[in-house]
Design a binder for this molecule. Structure first.
Ligand code: 13P
Length: 341
């Protein structure tokens, strides 16, 4: 297979009707926070146990086309000694890898951040590919205030996202391009739309400059919502503003927009995605690439005890199924009731 054929094959497998991506690529400090919320100590053995369980939820592959892994997990085996990427690939789920190295302060830009990880990226991706990774993820974050994000932060992060995406494609790895506009703040949905448009324009400008092939990448943006401390918008409003914003700046050549959940509750994230998929004639497949909104119920069911494996499987499979329905616009809130999903 040529590199181009490899990219196209992976995109075809990732972007399928009624399927989305499970983001299970929490770094160790991030998974520590999630585990703490359910009273679990963050050790390698617990991470292995937890991820072994959620990746074996029955029927996961009916609604999940890809799973993003943290590097430790890519090289880990499940509780039965099967390498995690193989466990996924055996179910027809594409394994992927988070390759950014986290973020830190952007010099001369107070309160803004830049994502690290371009140094040595090519070697890291090549090694991950040997372990079975066929797509990758890189996350940048932008803070909203009356004056932020600055042009400087948008430009610098867009440039790194584009360089990352270009390197991925040169190795036959599909890049997930994740510019996250954080939900924290009191801003209105209009301000969120304004910032979302500026950021995504900046990102596609840089992607064009670095000759990234739009047909073989996935965009993973935030939904356009009001700030977390502002009054909530209805799913219909979120859907309308999100579609309006991205129609203005995401080329139709991009096959998929797979949203992050960014601190929305599991139900909100499902309702909002479903509302988007009520709209006709969308230029792209709109689906999910959630971390928290897919995993929270499974973490609460598991609580660090292998004896809760069955309940954790059910919780994981259920959230995947409900979001799979939302990706087709076929979800309704009463499906949340026990026994119906
Ligand atoms: P959330 O859905 O929890 O925002 O996580 C998605 C993700 O991959 C963040 O990088």
């Amino acid at each position: 297979m040529t590199i181009q054929e490899e990219l196209q094959t992976t995109i075809r497998e990732l972007v399928q009707p009624g399927k989305g991506v499970l983001a299970a690529d929490e770094s160790n400090p991030t998974i520590a926070k999630r585990f703490k919320a359910v009273g679990v100590e963050n050790t390698e053995a617990m991470r292995q146990q937890y991820r072994s369980i959620i990746f074996s939820a029955p029927g996961l592959n009916e609604h999940i086309s890809g799973v993003i892994l943290f590097e430790e997990t890519l090289e880990q085996q499940n509780l039965d000694g099967i390498p995690m990427p193989e466990l996924l690939a055996n179910q027809g789920i594409v394994p992927g890898i988070k390759v950014d190295q986290g973020k830190g302060p952007l010099a001369n830009a107070p309160d803004e951040e830049i994502t690290f990880g371009l140094d040595g990226l090519e070697a890291k991706l090549a090694a991950a590919k040997e372990f079975g990774a066929r797509f990758a993820k890189w996350r940048c974050v932008f803070h909203i205030s009356a004056s932020l994000p600055s042009r400087q932060a948008i430009g610098a992060n867009a440039e790194t996202l584009a360089r990352y995406a270009a390197i991925c494609q040169s190795l036959g790895i599909v890049p997930i391009v994740e510019p996250e506009v954080l939900i924290d703040g009191t801003h209105s949905i209009e301000r969120s739309a304004e910032v979302g448009e500026q950021v995504i324009r900046g990102v596609f400008d840089a992607l064009a400059r670095h000759r990234v092939n739009l047909e073989t990448m996935i965009l993973k943006p935030s939904m356009i919502t009001p700030g977390k401390e502002a009054p909530k918008a209805s799913p219909e409003q979120v859907a309308e503003m999100t579609i309006r914003t991205y129609r203005r700046c995401v080329p139709a050549a991009v096959p998929g927009i797979f949203f992050l959940s960014g601190g929305q509750t599991p139900e909100e994230a499902t309702l909002n995605l479903n509302a988007m998929n009520q709209h006709d004639n969308l230029p792209w497949t709109m689906s999910f690439s959630y971390g928290r909104a897919l995993q929270e119920p499974a973490q609460h069911a598991w609580k660090g005890d292998i004896a809760n494996r069955g309940a954790a499987h059910q919780a994981m499979a259920r959230r995947a199924r409900l979001n799979g329905a939302a990706a087709l616009g076929k979800y309704s809130a009463d499906m949340e009731k026990a026994g119906q999903a």
